[in-house]
Design a protein around this ligand. Structure first.
Ligand SMILES: NC(=O)c1ccc[n+]([C@@H]2O[C@H](COP(=O)([O-])OP(=O)(O)OC[C@H]3O[C@@H](n4cnc5c(N)ncnc54)[C@H](O)[C@@H]3O)[C@@H](O)[C@H]2O)c1
Ligand SMILES: O=C(O)C(=O)C[C@@H](O)[C@H](O)[C@H](O)COP(=O)(O)O
Ligand SMILES: [Zn+2]
Length: 357
């Protein structure tokens, strides 16, 4: 069965979900495109080759552009290599980029598409759980800099997103489970049914063939589609998708991006829940449920106590900040998102002590 989730906005597009749906790719690209630059991790030839094959069979001139694996691709150096390649191969405004891989690859592919010739079409083909339910949908593209995570980027919505569930079978277990963090985030901010489905079968949630896998994926994509369809540029409601990310990005920076994004988000959500509780927004129940659901699927919930001063410095560089004002996404309850502005330092530290215990 193939499903289509519509993302509204200035240029609406579909997220196509199904097993063995690669044949839908030419349709998502449209008729006007001649050359297609396929950006993919060098380590995944068995996944990028069929993508290139489908495009060639549809009559496109295909340029396969391998990039480093995972987060190492999200650098200005790799972006510059791709811009050079686009120049060499003559990628024009009527051509397109296809990003194939995990969220790191689709973030990079989206970014180079957004910046090349001031914006060419991109279609995303996410091949990890996290890429499907979060990174490839919504048009946030970007790279990391020494100062922090995703600090350089553009809002550049794709022309389509193709989630071939068949690709999930080869995703390493820890990477798959990391994607669950973003699904669980969706449960806390907007759709409590997600939490019930994970709690009903935590073991099943950890594998692509789980009883509720398809529902979890589609529900999370639907949340993302609804939110970014209403607020592409994060001037309001989109901030809810950043729940847990203030600490998460700081941890990733401290770990020099060697910790998986989803794992950092899991710890970040415990911090956000503790911040919600200690600031009087939410009750103890939120914190307990956060810890228990994350633990049940094997995600981390704690980080080193002594890292706090360094983490605190990195948290100051966050896109939600406005001038000297530091802003956090917290919960009043499950599905009820609130903002916390300039909380006292003692509160921020007290919440962290709970995470470090
Ligand atoms: N733009 C957004 O809105 C958004 C949202 C969430 C996360 N992100 C970003 O996404 C990134 C994390 O994405 P991720 O968790 O997919 O990590 P990732 O892209 O690093 O992929 C994880 C690993 O899985 C491998 N892989 C990918 N597909 C595979 C497959 N089908 N079979 C076997 N191996 C496969 C990759 O090569 C990599 O080694 C972070 O950079 C994060 O900042 C962006
Ligand atoms: O789509 C969004 O908006 C999100 O915040 C989703 C996050 O899961 C994602 O990690 C995003 O890349 C973080 O964005 P950033 O603006 O904080 O870098
Ligand atoms: Zn995220």
């Amino acid at each position: 069965m193939t499903s289509r989730i519509r993302v509204k906005g200035e240029r609406p597009y579909d997220v196509v979900v199904g097993a063995g749906v690669l044949g839908e790719l030419p349709g998502l690209l449209g008729d006007d495109v001649r050359t297609v630059a396929v950006v993919h991790p060098a380590s995944l030839p068995e996944i990028s080759r069929p993508v290139c094959g489908v495009l060639e069979a549809a009559g496109h001139t295909v340029v396969a552009l391998p990039v480093p694996d995972g987060e190492r691709a999200k650098s200005v150096e790799v972006a510059a290599e791709l811009w050079s390649a686009f120049g060499r191969y003559g990628v024009t405004r009527s051509d397109a980029v296809v990003g194939v891989g995990g969220g790191a690859t689709t973030d990079l592919a989206g970014f180079v598409a957004a910046t090349w010739l001031r914006g060419v079409k991109v279609v995303q083909v996410p091949t990890t759980l996290l890429g499907m339910v979060d990174a490839a949908v919504g048009g946030k593209t970007g790279i990391n800099t020494p100062e922090g995570k995703n600090l350089v980027g553009m809002f550049h919505p794709p022309a389509g997103v193709l989630c071939d569930l068949a690709t999930l079978v080869s995703v390493p277990r820890d990477d798959y489970v990391a994607g669950l963090a973003e699904i669980i985030k969706g449960g806390f901010i907007a759709d409590p049914t997600i939490l019930l489905l994970v709690e009903d079968d935590p073991e099943g949630a950890r594998v692509p063939e789980g009883r509720h896998t398809r529902a979890l994926i589609e529900r999370k994509i639907q949340i993302k589609a609804d939110v970014v369809g209403a607020d592409l540029r994060e001037s309001g409601v989109r901030e809810i998708l950043n729940y847990g990310h203030t600490l998460a990005h700081a941890i990733e920076r401290v770990e020099s991006y060697h910790m998986r994004h989803g794992e950092a988000v899991a710890i970040g959500m415990v911090y956000a829940a503790e911040l919600s509780r200690l600031s009087g927004h939410a009750g103890l129940g939120l914190v307990e449920r956060t810890r228990s659901i994350l633990t049940s699927v094997g995600l981390p919930t704690a980080y080193r106590l002594e890292a706090w001063p360094e983490l605190r410095e990195h948290m100051r560089v966050d896109k939600k900040n406005r001038g000297a004002s530091q802003r956090f996404v917290v919960l009043d309850d499950i599905g009820k998102v609130a903002r916390l502005e300039d909380p006292p330092e003692e509160l921020l530290e007290a919440a962290y002590r709970e995470v470090a215990r």
